[in-house]
Design a protein around this ligand. Structure first.
Ligand code: MN
Length: 266
């Protein structure tokens, strides 16, 4: 009787440990490893540059299934690895959560992928430089060529217009859809008193835009402080300059990537 009980307990322990081993070695996501690496590197780049802190996220649409997107479990962007990346549907539901906690504001990403078939990557940040332009009547405009993508304007979305007094978070699909409507066909939308969202045809470009949106905002604030008339990039010049920036995106990306990987080794 005693021996039988010991065997039963041992069997239970084996099956429990077997279960946990199975959970840890779940099949990897069926997406190109280079895409997972871009999400990880992009997150670390933006953390390194102070665009993302403990908040914010970088995501990518699943190239094998345009109705799914990829983003990390809830974790500070500087800490994520490829193993932390999960798959979601366009309503923001995790496909295989396995007990992992997810970002509350994943609906930002879900709603934009649903509304914009051209968008393959989305970055949400609380970048400090843009906040003044989200709470004032001064529009964010392109003041230098690296931010040429802003020459067509960046709309400001105010959650209070449709949803009244909230905690400011994009915590469901209805709020996400409202944000996506304000983004329209633009590359950037500012969120009043919160941050911004940039989008792009790939992770590198969405990350580039997140960084240079912050840099441009800081430069515009400085230019306004000088107190004289400012000459901004016109939409026509912006279009030309943006296409040149996009043509050399790999040069920029490889430099940034090397920088974050060197710092990881320290
Ligand atoms: Mn946020």
């Amino acid at each position: 009787m005693f021996r039988r009980a010991v065997f039963a307990i041992a069997g239970l322990l084996v099956s429990l440990s077997g279960g946990s081993v199975r959970a840890q070695t779940a099949p990897p996501l069926n997406v190109p490893p280079a895409l997972l690496e871009d999400i990880v590197v992009g997150s670390r780049i933006l953390a390194e540059f102070g665009v993302l802190d403990a908040f914010g996220h970088v995501s990518a649409r699943d190239p094998n299934n345009p109705k799914h997107f990829l983003m990390s479990r809830s974790l500070a962007p500087a800490l994520i690895t490829a193993d932390d990346i999960m798959e979601f549907d366009l309503d923001g539901n995790p496909i295989d959560a396995r007990g992992r906690s997810v970002f509350l504001e994943r609906f930002i990403h879900a709603a934009i992928y649903k509304a914009r078939p051209d968008v393959m990557s989305v970055v949400h940040s609380h970048s400090p430089g843009v906040i003044p332009f989200s709470v004032s009547k001064t529009p964010l405009r392109a003041v230098f060529h690296n931010a040429a993508f802003l020459a067509g304007g960046a709309p400001v979305w105010d959650i209070a217009h449709e949803f009244g007094a909230t905690d400011m978070l994009v915590r469901d699909n209805g709020i996400g859809n409202s944000l996506a409507r304000t983004l329209g066909d633009k590359p950037v939308v500012l969120m009043r008193g919160h941050g911004d969202v940039t989008v792009g045809p790939d992770v590198k470009i969405a990350v580039f835009r997140a960084y240079y949106t912050d840099v441009d905002a800081r430069l515009e604030s400085q230019a306004i402080a000088l107190g004289s008339e400012i000459t901004y990039l016109s939409p026509e010049k912006g279009l030309k300059a943006d296409s040149i920036n996009l043509a050399v995106i790999d040069r920029v990306w490889n430099l940034w990537k090397q920088k974050v990987q060197a710092n990881q080794g320290k």
